[in-house]
Design a binder for this molecule. Structure first.
Ligand SMILES: [Zn+2]
Length: 263
């Protein structure tokens, strides 16, 4: 059963409401205060029942999945994999979206969390061992000092919670856009040059930044891929560009930085 994987890893989990450990109560995860969460037969747990509707819809995550699995990010995934410690036991993807990166970067135990139910439903489709969670980064349903690697890829961070769940010698691998990222779309939309300076300095205030690896490459695009890039762009830049003419987008630049940090 796809719910069983959560009971097998129950010692890793904790209640997102009160922080207490869970025990199994029938088909539910239950803490000593009585907060109860039921793993779905579809392979995920909904830990944020009071979350409002997502700003992003399923079509956007579907477009993102097609792009993330089409090869544009293969070099990026490889760089992340190379940064992994050899004995990565627990990997936690914080803000995992549709789970394309999560599945490519698994540890012995892998957890993918996102606030969007649409994204997690898409991630969990097809089964597999990853523990998928709809949840809030400010209340991560994982125990203290339990995670070897936190992945935080094109996603907001919550450093206090990251420090709490990460083991003392654990790694934070954060992927952020660099100035040339999707510059063809930014040009088409009349946007200025992007800078990740504020994101990087905020990280460096909270964690010890060990390395920065920049990866840049420009790819030719089919028109269908151009449309998918335009649809998924709000996830990265918060701009609505669906109305732009995809036929004018014939190539795309992936320009990112992998930030490697420790507590
Ligand atoms: Zn509780």
């Amino acid at each position: 059963m796809s719910a069983d994987k959560f009971f097998q890893k129950i010692a890793l989990l904790r209640c997102p409401v009160c922080g207490a450990a869970f025990s199994q109560c029938g088909a539910s995860l239950r803490c000593k205060s009585g907060h109860t969460f039921d793993p779905s037969g579809k392979g995920y747990v909904h830990f944020a029942p009071n979350a409002g509707p997502s700003r992003y819809d399923a079509a956007l995550f579907e477009a993102r999945r097609r792009i993330l699995t089409a090869g544009f990010y293969d070099t990026v995934k490889e760089a992340i994999r190379k940064a992994f410690p050899k004995d990565a036991n627990v990997v936690f993807d914080a803000g995992c979206g549709d789970g394309s990166f999560t599945k490519a970067l698994q540890g012995k135990t892998t957890v993918g969390l996102d606030l969007s139910k649409d994204a997690i439903r898409l991630a969990a489709r097809g089964g597999g061992p990853v523990l998928w969670m709809v949840g809030d980064l400010t209340r991560i349903p994982l125990q203290n000092d339990s995670v070897d690697v936190i992945l935080n890829l094109f996603s907001p961070a919550h450093y206090a919670e990251f420090s709490r769940v990460l083991k003392k010698d654990g790694l934070l691998l954060k992927l952020v856009p660099q100035s040339g990222y999707l510059r063809e779309i930014r040009a088409l939309a009349g946007l200025g040059v992007y800078s990740n300076d504020a994101v990087v300095s905020h990280l460096a205030e909270q964690f010890r930044l060990r390395d920065r690896i920049r990866l840049t490459r420009t790819f030719p695009l089919t028109e269908a891929q151009a449309r998918d890039f335009l649809v998924m762009t709000p996830l990265t830049f918060g701009v609505a560009v669906e109305s732009l003419d995809a036929s004018r987008l014939t190539e795309i630049t992936i320009d990112v930085e992998l930030l490697i940090a420790k507590v």
